[in-house]
Design a protein around this ligand. Structure first.
Ligand code: MTE
Length: 311
């Protein structure tokens, strides 16, 4: 993003992609052989299966991207700026104990242990298109439930107009924090109606298992009609506020990263066209759709707004 590690993401050749079944078999083998236990070949990949995941009508019928790509082609700058840094450098990252604090303009501020978040509501499988501002995209089968379900627990007050997300910054286990590439901790924000929209997912899993460190374990938000950076990983605090919060990427480069950051093929980033995208595993580019293909569900949130100004 800000740092030009690779200007345009390279598509991964089909021959390099491991199907989910083969990946699982390899993972089971490594687990049985004890590699996951000693943190060797699969640093943070020893995660538990999620029970009772239900299908959702919000899912796309497009073919999900293989897990090996979702787990090895990541942006998570706290672990480094290369696409393979998060999977390689997250071996020391701990997701237990974990607490998510919800506070600010609400009647019942409180902290949720990760165990409580996993039980708060039935977990759904939401197969979402995800598009990064850098021009690549994936189809990801996330597991979670609407963020609204969690926010309702704390009873937001009428004055709560925005939601601010703060993600973990643990210098001991996140080597990227030693470099001042961004203003840590990573923060993001949504308008309250965006946060309460049924597509906005409090995400606890991926492909029916708990989240991997590189994908934002143990809990993140996923907002499929916005560029990937709005979907903050490894959340430790959610604050209900009355003013639009400052966000990490907007602070880093306000000309390039606006607060809204809705996927919009008509408004280019200064360095990257947003008209087309390359789905990981595919060779040819495809057209990027308005609101990433979720216009029917979300366009009314922005009725009357100039989306060139509020980009
Ligand atoms: N959250 C934190 N804490 N740190 C990050 O660097 N990167 C963002 C977003 N959330 C990021 C983050 C960006 S730029 C993208 S594209 C998505 O995470 C990538 O999510 P994925 O790796 O699970 O696909």
């Amino acid at each position: 993003m800000l740092i030009r590690v690779r200007r345009f993401a390279h598509p991964i050749a089909p021959s390099e992609i491991t199907p989910q079944s083969l990946y699982q078999a390899r993972r089971d083998f490594l687990r049985a052989a004890g590699f996951a236990g000693i943190g060797l070949a699969l640093p943070a990949w020893g995660v538990d299966k999620l029970a009772g995941v239900q299908k959702s009508s919000y899912s796309t019928s497009e073919t999900p991207t293989p897990l090996i790509n979702i787990a090895s082609y990541n942006n998570y700058y706290e672990f480094g700026t290369r696409k393979d840094s998060p999977s390689e450098n997250s071996g020391q990252f701990k997701t237990r104990p974990w607490t998510l604090r919800i506070e600010g303009l609400c009647a019942k501020p409180r902290s949720f242990a990760i165990e409580d978040l996993l039980k708060l509501a039935p977990l759904e499988e939401r197969i979402y298109r995800m598009r990064c501002v850098e021009g690549w995209s994936m189809v990801i089968p996330w597991n979670g439930y609407p963020l609204a379900t969690l926010l309702k627990q704390v009873e937001p007050l009428a004055g709560a107009k925005y939601v601010e997300f703060t993600t973990v910054a643990d210098r001991a286990t996140m080597p990227g924090l030693s470099f001042p590439v961004l203003d840590w901790p990573y923060t993001e924000g949504l308008r309250i109606d965006e946060a309460m929209h049924p597509l906005t997912l409090l995400t606890l899993g991926l492909y029916g298992e708990e989240l991997l460190a590189q994908n934002g374990a143990p809990v993140r938000v996923v907002v499929p009609w916005k560029y990937g950076f709005k979907s903050a990983k490894s959340l430790v605090r959610i604050r209900l506020v009355d003013k639009q919060p400052a966000t990490t990427w907007t602070k880093a480069d306000p000309e390039a990263y606006g607060f809204y950051s809705n996927v919009n093929p008509e408004v280019d980033h200064p360095r990257w066209s947003q008209a087309n995208e390359r789905r990981l595993g595919e060779f040819l580019k495809r057209k990027t759709l308005m609101f990433n293909g979720y216009a029917d569900q979300v366009a009314q949130l922005y009725a009357g707004m100039d989306l060139r100004k509020y980009f």
